[in-house]
Write a protein that binds this ligand. Structure first.
Ligand SMILES: *Cc1c(COP(=O)(O)O)cnc(C)c1O
Length: 466
């Protein structure tokens, strides 16, 4: 039998198709688009009694087949999910109103980003070793992505990782999770500037072709297809385990920023997970709520909120859904994205909006509504929610209160551990959630980071000197 190989196409339609391994290492397509499978695999159906790592290998296999031997891939999944502290890896809890919480935060850095990053680190190491080459990963972070990436890539043989964070502008927990990692290939850089300054430096490094080639620059941001792929698994996992009565529809609510997580849910739905609706939950940065209610978006200023990992105006992964809604016409996607970039506004044709609103909706919560959800859930169920998850639970409660939504099973993706955002939890409940055991001494650990000015060439020199 010949081996079947999934290929990937760009959402802007003007880049060659690539294999999984090439998509893994390249991130963004040369035409500025995002990679998606050229043809979707058929129904993926997996035995729900398997342990998470074996379940994960089954779900992801159609996307990676041909790029890596099966036994190697299985071992990689076992290794990646062995870093999670819960015996189930991703446990599911039910609240008293029937909402099911899918706890994605039992990985090393207490946010759902570990689920994908732990896979990504190992996939990179495997593929780079195959090619006999190394890469230098450079990224900017305002919080969760940096620590998840550092934990995933620490001590990997073929990778050096540099994470830029804005000096004195991240939370203590977030900074310490990055700067206390003692590994020879990890470099933390505190830039004297804002998160946007950090991001601009990273973009400029990628735009400097000579530099990019010299240090073999690589990226692990949320547009990387392999991150989406690893997140598809827990949607299948949650649906296969959920306590639905016969024929009961399932609604999944996802606290959303860059749209990577909820798009993974859409991929699960396309590959057979019985999900009827998605609710895209936002904080006061509610551009996605606009999109899913009206089919148009107008960009505004990013406003800080209690759920900082969702303080985003341009959700890069939305492009993958737009590509699908426009029947895979890459040139139309490219036109719309160019228009959005130029004018800060975009509107979709009516037929697209009708189709979209059937399966999707958007909800947003203010900070005070978020605090109320944390308080009410603690009072009723004795469970502490982090502010991101609380936005999701609040949105799901609105669904439950609606006529159409009251029949459905409500599943919410719980994206962070309450101890990662202790200030908001304490404000709502008076309780300060303690860090789990493996991080209990975080405040005593020694920090290592370099403070550099907001200047491209100084940072480039620093990277090259290591
Ligand atoms: C990154 C993050 C989100 C947003 O996820 P996207 O994939 O960007 O939509 C939500 N909650 C937490 C805790 C996060 O770290």
């Amino acid at each position: 039998m010949t081996q079947q190989m999934t290929t990937y196409s760009s959402t802007r339609g003007a880049s060659p198709e690539l294999s999984f391994a090439d998509v893994l290492l390249s991130g963004l397509a040369p035409d500025g688009g995002l990679y998606v499978p050229t043809n979707w695999p058929g129904t993926i159906s997996v035995d729900p009694s398997l342990p998470y790592s074996a379940f994960a290998a089954e779900v992801m296999w159609p996307f990676v087949e041909g790029a890596i031997p099966r036994d190697t891939f299985d071992a990689l999944c076992v290794d990646a999910y062995g870093t999670f502290t819960d015996a189930d890896v991703i446990p599911i809890r039910e609240l008293s109103d029937g909402i099911e919480l899918v706890e994605l935060f039992h990985g090393p850095t207490l946010a759902f980003k570990d689920v994908a990053m732990q896979m990504l680190g190992r996939l990179f190491d495997y593929e780079l070793a195959q090619r006999g080459t190394r890469t230098t990963i450079v990224g900017a972070t305002s919080g969760d992505t940096g620590s998840a990436a550092i934990e995933a890539f620490r001590d990997r043989e073929n990778v050096d990782i540099f994470i830029l964070h804005p000096h004195e502008r991240t939370s203590q927990v977030q900074r310490r999770q990055m700067t206390t990692v003692d590994a020879p290939n990890v470099y933390n850089v505190a830039i004297e500037g804002t998160f946007d300054d950090c991001q601009d430096i990273v973009k400029a490094m990628f735009a400097d072709v000579a530099f990019r080639e010299r240090v073999k620059l690589g990226a692990v941001n949320s547009i990387n297809w392999a991150r989406v792929m690893a997140q598809v698994v827990y949607y299948h996992w949650a649906v296969s385990k959920s306590a639905v009565v016969d024929g009961q529809p399932i609604t999944v609510t996802v606290p959303t920023g860059n749209f990577g997580n909820v798009f993974a849910g859409r991929v699960a739905q396309r590959t057979g997970a019985a999900i009827d609706r998605f609710v895209v939950a936002s904080n006061r940065n509610d551009i996605l709520t606009q999109f899913f209610t009206s089919g148009s978006m107008t960009i505004g200023e990013v406003e800080p909120s209690l759920s900082p990992s969702m303080d985003i105006q341009v959700s890069s992964n939305l492009e993958r859904l737009i590509y699908e809604l426009l029947d895979n016409e890459g040139t139309r996607v490219a036109e719309l994205m160019a228009q959005f970039r130029a004018s800060g506004e975009v509107a979709f044709p009516d037929e697209v909006v009708t189709e979209m609103t059937a399966g999707w909706s958007g909800e947003s919560l203010t900070d005070s509504e978020t605090l109320e959800v944390i308080e009410a859930t603690y009072d009723k169920d004795g469970i502490l929610l982090d502010p991101h998850t609380a936005v999701g639970v609040g949105a799901a409660r609105r669904e439950l209160a609606s006529k159409a939504g009251s029949r459905a099973k409500q599943i919410v993706m719980a994206t962070a551990h309450p101890a990662k955002f202790p200030d908001a939890v304490e404000e709502a409940t008076g309780l300060r959630p303690p860090l789990p055991k493996h991080l209990a001494d975080l405040y005593e650990r020694k920090e290592r980071f370099e403070i550099l000015p907001n200047d491209l060439s100084t940072v480039q020199d620093f990277v090259e000197a290591q």
